[in-house]
Design a protein around this ligand. Structure first.
Ligand SMILES: Cc1cc2nc3c(=O)[nH]c(=O)nc-3n(C[C@H](O)[C@H](O)[C@H](O)COP(=O)(O)OP(=O)(O)OC[C@H]3O[C@@H](n4cnc5c(N)ncnc54)[C@H](O)[C@@H]3O)c2cc1C
Length: 100
């Protein structure tokens, strides 16, 4: 039994992204507070999916963090190469002009 926190009305208590009181357990749709309608359940499902994605992956939160030591490239696969390339290009375009 997960023993999820409930509202007074008996619905499963969630935050704005469908996170329940139990880490790693998300809930959306009719068993959560709000209107019991198909589009609501679909939207909540999409938001929860994005939150799960971010919870599972470690993204650098800023270009400064990306340049720092705190981000292990192995923990930021796939998009990291593109972000690093974009950061490199941005750095080049922002580099002060030289006289030579
Ligand atoms: C008669 C009726 C008419 C409706 N008409 C509309 C309408 O016109 N427009 C609209 O937007 N909404 C309508 N709704 C509401 C809409 O159906 C729900 O808001 C929507 O389906 C909620 O989606 P959900 O995924 O949260 O839950 P559900 O669609 O109920 O999905 C939950 C699923 O979990 C399964 N399940 C339950 N317990 C277990 C278990 N222990 N193990 C495994 N699986 C389990 C169920 O079998 C079900 O398939 C209507 C609802 C009803 C009852």
């Amino acid at each position: 039994m997960l023993d999820l926190k409930r509202t007074d009305g008996g619905a499963v208590q969630v935050d704005d992204h469908g996170r329940t009181s139990v880490e790693g357990v998300f809930a959306v749709g009719d068993l959560t507070p709000g209107h019991s309608q198909i589009p609501v359940a679909m939207g909540e499902g999409a938001k929860a999916g994005i939150a799960i994605h971010y919870d599972l992956r470690e993204f650098p939160k800023s270009l400064a963090e990306l340049d720092g030591e705190s981000v292990d490239p192995a923990s930021t696969p796939a998009v990291s190469g593109e972000i690093r390339e974009a950061a490199r290009r941005r750095g080049e375009s922002e580099a002060p002009a030289t006289d030579d």
